[in-house]
Design a protein around this ligand. Structure first.
Ligand code: NI
Length: 195
């Protein structure tokens, strides 16, 4: 994506902006190497368990006007980011339960960008989504901590990706996803000097 600034300082088209400089991916894009063991699963579950408190801490003290500031040019506002996290994790929670109780189910994708434009996500009080995320993650972690290695090998099929995903990959993805969106907010605060 093009960066603002005087023409002479603009990066030529051929220069690739690294993941870490891309405001869309403050902690880098999700990558999964396919490796999972008890230690890694336990760390991913710990990250999921910690996410609601980290999101609370990320928004602490922000004014309504700051909450309605996009975290990047053309991006969601902080408020939309906060509401997006439980929207996404409710879907993930459901997909995991489907994979645990059905044989390689095909899951239902959702249009996350359109969900973020619905009135509750654009203007709703963030406390509702923070409370929703608290309860959801407590329930989710209660389940995840009891799963066996065989359970983590269970899969669902994503109709748009055209492949199956194991619960190991899903776990790693959502551990990343919480940190990813918290970092949108903390990096905005840093850039704006809101700390
Ligand atoms: Ni997301």
């Amino acid at each position: 994506m093009e960066r603002p600034g005087p023409p002479e300082l603009r990066a030529p088209r051929t220069v690739v902006i690294s993941d870490m400089e891309d405001p869309r991916y403050p902690i880098g894009p999700f990558r999964f190497d396919g490796k999972a063991d008890a230690g890694r699963r336990s760390r991913w579950i710990d990250e999921i368990a910690a996410a609601p408190a980290q999101l609370r801490s990320a928004i602490e003290g922000l004014t309504p006007q700051q909450l309605d500031t996009p975290y990047r040019d053309q991006g969601w506002t902080v408020r939309q980011v906060v509401h997006h996290v439980p929207d996404s994790h409710l879907n993930a929670y459901t997909r995991i339960k489907l994979a645990l109780t059905e044989d390689e189910p095909t899951i239902k994708p959702y249009e996350e960008a359109r969900w973020a434009e619905l009135p509750d996500a654009r203007t709703g009080p963030i406390e509702i989504s923070l409370a929703l995320l608290d309860a959801l993650h407590r329930r989710w972690v209660l389940l995840l901590r009891e799963l066996t290695p065989a359970d983590f090998g269970r899969q669902f099929r994503h109709p748009e990706h055209g492949r199956t995903m194991s619960l190991d990959e899903v776990l790693a993805l959502y551990a990343w996803h919480g940190r990813h969106h918290v970092a949108h907010i903390t990096s905005l605060r840093r850039r704006m000097g809101w700390n």
